[in-house]
Design a binder for this molecule. Structure first.
Ligand code: F3S
Length: 778
């Protein structure tokens, strides 16, 4: 393997791409002495803004970094998909900078509906969403951000083919961004506000993750795919098992996997909640760089690994693997030779069933035996290897006179993959068999799927996909659809059978002429024999230097996009005259605060999306959903009353119970209340990410010092803060309480509250938002 090559010819010159990495890495080694490091640690710590400060403060002198240190990181680039890029760019624009501080890209993939096939769907998608695409393209041109037009491909596949580079660190505004970890890149999925921090050149903060090592031994058997590694792991660890961890794969089994197979495993690390996942560089990585026309990058990786600078010890070399003896906080061993294909679902990616037991489970659980559709491809599984292995199955079945018994859809991950598969005849094999090739976009993976069969809404039915996520309603918006995840090979074989009880390893099908047909094990090629095709010119990236003359296109009458106005700063005194808009009871997730579904189309229009604010919250005083009462007793929906108060310059707060803002990192759940006039959220406890998001947008999250005080405050009460301004000025130090004047005339109560505001966050709140502060400092 590349990284075990003898070091007889130490390189004397470092490639420019790796100068910064090596310099910082040398510093990491100096600060940490002979501590053994995992690969993820080497890359991550080599991106620190201030190596010594980050690694030594609060860490027991560097002995206790993981889970403790606050890493301030300088990523190498940011990648954004079209749905999340809108708010990220609107926020970036509010900073008034001529260009992004680091390279970035926009990928138009989430907004195309899969229905009839690539060409028709793409032109329909462009028509419906042209306003958003035009905006993104013009912003790309103005700020020098690479723009990948609709149809060019899915963000994670495009990033893997073009931008991922061993040793790099990237942020992506999408949870499956860790896909690039297959090519030894640390890539973390974030919200728009985090992306903007990196885009303006401010260090991005991350609590140092713990390390979960996965040691692979053996070699996958015929029917087993790299996807099965992560399907199995999700079953072991559950959807929360990876939270706070980076998953790092190592061991001899790693050398047997294709590069794209490693990317698939990293992609789905999101399903166990991992911060990111990563593999070492292997020979497969180098082959992949070459076949994707990146010969120079392949050479650079080699040069870096042979460069020691002025150091002479083994530690002076940056190697793309963990140090011998590096410790993991958790360790899992998987023998690839013993692994069998898995099928995960329905409705949660961690419900994992080995193929050999699937028939029994389907029958026991009374899941549908009829398979309605098989869908392969997407950002998770559309590699050359995946598709040629599937091709071998389709060709064999075709020869025996069989056609898929279920609807069969194929989503290529990028134009490069699509064009190469077309050149090599693979796509023609699929369409000849009756498969429908969808556009190079997310489509059915993200609910953008108009099904052509007659399944009724709510009707139980089974689909099998090679995608990564299977929450209820995720693919077709139908809560009755049971979605199972598997490798593309298993999806395809079962699509031919049309049943969920078919096991292609042991069962046979009957051909039209009555013969018995058994699939041979799938086989394919890791990559094309000649390098990848670039595909249609119109779908190539638009990459150009920033152009100050370019006007970013937002129509003043647009319903989908609106410029962001900066939020006003904190007053130079405590807050007074606030009113409680609503007192909420029960769960209040980010979905409750900012619902998805039909609202997604307003992601770039803060006033319009704010119309959904808290629209499924339960009023604690009346038990009603989405109802709030004005001071005069008039009844409104919650967003209606918030809007009314905003217009009347009446600032407000919300009172809630435990784990306020649980769910996703959705920044709209913080932006919307802020936009409508919220200054405080007071509750029994917060979900961690949402609490941070609130502070970034200038809303103060407070918790009751005594939970029972929740009962002392009601809708309509007037609230002033005591000690809040001083606490913010003192960088987060000091006691805060609320002075509550009861609306019912019963007098005044004082409620002590707690906060978790750090020095940086106090600065955000005082400035009005993190963005205000960032743009001021630039
Ligand atoms: Fe995400 Fe699926 Fe697209 S996982 S990037 S929605 S293909």
């Amino acid at each position: 393997a590349a990284h075990t090559r003898p070091l007889s010819h130490a390189a004397s010159v470092l490639p420019p791409t790796y100068e910064k990495l090596h310099k910082n890495y040398t510093e990491v080694r100096r600060v940490l002495g002979d501590r053994r490091l995992t690969l993820a640690e080497k890359i991550l710590y080599s991106h620190l803004d201030n190596v010594e400060e980050s690694l030594l403060s609060n860490t027991n002198n560097g002995r206790d970094i993981r889970g403790k240190a606050n890493l301030k990181l300088n990523p190498d680039r940011v990648n954004m998909q079209d749905a999340s890029a809108q708010m990220a760019l609107l926020q970036f624009m509010a900073c008034n900078l001529p260009q992004t501080a680091i390279p970035a890209s926009i990928h138009c993939d989430h907004l195309i509906v899969g229905e009839r096939g690539a060409d028709e769907d793409l032109s329909a998608g462009i028509k419906t969403n042209h306003e958003v695409f035009d905006f993104l393209e013009s912003a790309g041109k103005k700020y020098g951000i690479d723009f990948w037009p609709p149809g060019a491909g899915i963000i994670h596949q495009t990033v893997l083919e073009n931008y991922a580079l061993p040793g790099y660190m990237m942020l992506g505004t999408d949870s499956h961004s860790p896909n690039a970890g297959g090519l030894s890149t640390i890539t973390i999925g974030v919200g728009g506000a985090d992306a903007v921090e990196a885009l303006v050149g401010a260090p991005w903060e991350l609590k140092a993750p713990k390390m979960l090592g996965v040691r692979l031994t053996g070699k996958l058997n015929d029917w087993v795919a790299p996807k099965d590694v992560i399907l199995h792991l999700a079953g072991l660890l559950t959807v929360r098992g990876g939270t706070g961890y980076i998953v790092e794969y190592f061991g001899p089994g790693v050398e047997t996997l294709s590069l794209t197979g490693m990317a698939t495993a990293c992609n789905m690390g999101a399903e166990i909640g991992a911060t990111t996942s990563i593999f070492p560089v292997t020979d497969a990585s180098i082959r992949y760089l070459k076949s994707t026309r990146r010969e120079q990058a392949a050479k650079d990786v080699d040069t870096l690994q042979n460069f020691s600078g002025s150091g002479s010890s083994e530690d002076a070399y940056f190697r793309f693997k963990a140090d011998e003896g590096a410790q993991y906080d958790e360790l899992i061993e998987i023998d690839l030779s013993k692994l069998e294909p898995h099928i995960n679902g329905p409705f949660t990616p961690d419900l994992s069933t080995p193929l050999s037991e699937f028939k029994k489970t389907v029958q026991e659980q009374e899941w549908p035996e009829k398979l309605s559709a098989g869908l392969i491809g997407s950002c998770t599984n559309s590699s050359y290897e995946d598709m040629t292995r599937v091709e071998s199955l389709v060709k064999e079945a075709e020869k025996a006179g069989l056609k898929p018994a279920a609807d069969f859809y194929i989503t290529p991950g990028s134009e490069q993959i699509r064009a190469t598969l077309e050149r090599d005849g693979t796509l023609q094999t699929f369409t000849k068999a009756g498969g429908i090739v969808l556009s190079n976009a997310c489509g059915p993976c993200i609910g953008q799927w108009k099904r052509q069969d007659n399944v009724e809404k709510g009707e139980a039915n089974a689909i099998l996909t090679s995608y990564n996520r299977n929450f209820r309603g995720r693919n077709d918006g139908n809560p009755g659809t049971m979605n199972f995840l598997a490798s593309p090979e298993i999806v395809t074989a079962m699509a031919f059978a049309g049943t969920t009880t078919f096991n292609p390893m042991t069962d046979s099908l009957t051909t039209p002429d009555g013969k018995e047909f058994r699939f041979s094990a799938p086989h394919g090629l890791e990559g094309p024999e000649t390098p990848f095709e670039q595909g249609k010119e119109a779908l190539n990236v638009l990459s150009q230097p920033p152009n100050a003359e370019e006007e970013v296109k937002i129509s003043p009458t647009s319903e989908r996009l609106a410029f962001l106005e900066p939020f006003e700063p904190f007053p130079s005194s405590d807050l007074s005259g606030l009113r409680v808009l609503v007192k909420i009871t029960g769960k209040c997730t980010t979905d409750t605060i900012s619902a998805a579904g039909p609202w997604l189309k307003y992601k770039g229009h803060l006033p319009n999306i704010s119309e959904n604010t808290l629209n499924t919250a339960i009023n604690a005083e009346t038990g009603e959903v989405n109802v709030a009462y004005d001071l005069d007793g008039s009844k409104h929906t919650i967003p209606e009353l918030a809007k009314k108060w905003k217009a009347a310059n009446q600032p407000w707060l919300v009172v809630a119970e435990h784990n306020y803002g649980e769910g996703s990192a959705r920044e709209h759940a913080a932006l919307q209340p802020r936009y409508l006039g919220a200054r405080i959220i007071v509750c029994k406890s917060f979900a961690r990410i949402h609490e941070t998001n609130l502070k970034k947008q200038g809303v103060v999250p407070l918790t009751f010092a005594n939970e029972a005080d929740y009962d002392k405050i009601n809708a309509g009460d007037e609230v002033s803060t005591v000690g809040l301004y001083e606490m913010l000025q003192n960088g987060g130090k000091g006691d805060v309480s609320l002075k509550v004047t009861k609306k019912d005339g019963s007098g005044e109560v004082s409620i002590p509250v707690k906060h978790a505001v750090s020095k940086d966050q106090a600065g955000f709140i005082l400035a009005g938002s993190a963005l205000n502060l960032l743009s001021k400092g630039l």
